[in-house]
Design a protein around this ligand. Sequence first.
Ligand code: DC
Length: 230
Amino acid sequence: MNKPEQSYQVAIDGPAAAGKSTIARLLAERLGGFYVNTGDMYRALAWAARQNNIDVDNKPESLAEQLPQWELEYRRQENRSLQLFFNGEPISQEKLRAPAVTAIVSQVARIPQVRQWMLERQRQCKSLGVIIMEGRDIGTVIFPQAKFKFFITASPLERARRRLAQSGEVAADATLAKVAAEIEARDHIDSTRETAPLRAAEDAITLVTDGMTQYQVTDHLAGIIERGLP
Ligand code: DC
């Protein structure tokens, strides 16, 4: 007898540089699901805003006006991974992670029309089956009914250290103090915005990961999920 296709959502929220991406990717491998990075979707719009010379700080409405002309979707690749496509073209990690994109992405993500536009695109990912979706509002707004909800965080200094260790994500002249300040500024915008601010869902399990390796965190979360599945 064929095993019925499984379908459930794992929401992983938390502040910048808390290690969510690595953990979500490892969890997806272990559970045989799809890893969906919603931060990359906001980064794609930040990249597009730059390409179109849109001043997101002073004219957020110019970006909102462009949305009907834009399309953004995750497409399934052969090896169970997903590739983000913007207006029919694959968009590279190099573009999405560029420091100039990181510098404006929080401003893009606070525009209410942008969040509304993302809502349906992110909810569509449910049709993939088992998804491990990482972001800031997955457990609170996108999938409030998710079967598993986690809020992953770490102290600001630990997060700055981790981010500094990731080449390609910080400017060439980055220092620990500069990276910590940049992360703090982003956390502030993300958690104080009016629409879908960064916060743990009431029913989320919060994990502070200082002193834990990514494998320890993944094992811990996978254990909770595996015990919760039929
Ligand atoms: O996870 P990240 O650092 O790549 O996210 C980039 C930005 O997008 C970050 O400033 C917060 C925002 N974001 C959001 O507001 N909601 C999400 N679900 C994911 C990211």
